[in-house]
Design a protein around this ligand. Structure first.
Ligand code: PRT
Ligand code: ZN
Length: 285
């Protein structure tokens, strides 16, 4: 049997969530510290622990079959890899920032300026798309100190809470790109590896739908049952069970987090009582 090689960040912001995702998919492996690779014990996969910047290259070369990285790194490295799935964690944005005291009226203010960044490709394209000519200075770390040491008048860096910008006297003025963790893959996977990847994606989708939905149980007076059932979307239609108490039923269904509070309010107004909402671990449609 073939083995799917999955590259994840060895140590950094993506590591924990990447490993958690794999574990929630029911895949067990030994994650000894300092190890470079580890074979799964109950799934045809092998984990490779690498620096995030190296993952697109390894995936493009087929050394790893798939990898988990920030979409920002995928775009910046511009390797021949496919975007397989957005994973929804490690959300952040690549933004332009300038010294706080400086006035800002729009992108034209960056015309002719020096901008420090670790993302010259993404920034270069953004500036070109917006017809701004500026000088890009590529630096690999501590981009936020560039304005205070006189290297640049603006920076383009990853922002999450904004506190790094704040403590360096900078303000965010433009969002260049919104990023999250993604799974990338080699374009020419063999049929047998494709099958393993499909199994993995099936599990990932089940986790993702589970996170977006809640299981709901409630008691309904029988004369409002119809109204209540109409409020609930459910996977097919709600389960209705008679309660021991005459004239009441227990109703079970699944609701999406986006409509959650509206639905709860409508259910209460329709006479529902004892509403319980429980998390779902896995959801297979
Ligand atoms: O060692 P290795 O090369 O593997 O890791 P790395 O140091 O290059 O990457 P790492 O672990 O810092 O980040 C991995 C990925 O996490 C990034 O490519 C992003 O996709 C994502 N991510 C999410 C972030 C952040 N949030 C983040 N806040 N990456 C970096 N930051 C940094 C940012 O560069 C800035 O210095 O955090 C600071 C800003 O954070 P706030 O909260 O102060 O705004
Ligand atoms: Zn890195």
């Amino acid at each position: 049997m073939d083995t799917l090689r999955i590259a994840v960040q060895k140590s950094g912001r993506l590591s924990e969530s990447s490993l958690e995702l794999i574990k929630e998919c029911g895949i067990d492996f030994n994650n000894g510290t300092g190890k470079l690779k580890s074979e799964a014990t109950n799934f045809p996969a092998e984990m490779l622990f690498l620096r995030d910047d190296d993952i697109p290259g390894y995936v493009a070369d087929g050394v790893a079959d798939v990898g988990i990285i920030g979409e920002n790194v995928m775009l910046e490295k511009a390797q021949n890899v496919e975007l397989i799935e957005k994973l929804g964690f490690s959300k952040c944005r690549l933004s332009l920032a300038i010294p706080r005291g400086q006035e800002y009226n729009g992108l034209q203010d960056l015309q002719g300026k020096d901008i420090a960044t670790s993302y010259p490709k993404i920034l270069g394209k953004f500036l070109a798309d917006n017809h701004v000519q500026a000088r890009i200075h590529e630096i690999s770390g501590s981009v936020e100190i560039a304005p205070s040491i006189g290297l640049a008048q603006a920076i383009c860096d990853i922002v999450s809470s904004g506190s790094t910008l704040m403590s360096n006297g900078l303000k965010e003025v433009e969002v260049v790109f919104r990023s999250e963790a993604v799974m990338i893959g080699t374009p020419n996977l063999s049929e047998s590896k494709k099958n393993i990847l499909q199994k993995l994606l099936f599990r990932i989708h089940a986790l993702q739908s589970a996170k977006k939905n809640k299981y709901i149980l409630l008691n309904a007076p029988n004369d409002s049952l119809e109204t209540i059932i109409n409020i609930l979307p459910g996977m097919k239609s709600p389960t209705v069970l008679p309660l021991a108490m005459e004239g009441w039923s227990s109703v079970h269904s699944v609701i999406h987090e986006d409509y959650f509070w509206d639905i709860i309010e409508n259910l209460k107004a329709a006479g529902a009582e004892g509403i319980l909402v429980v998390p779902i671990q896995k959801m297979i449609k």
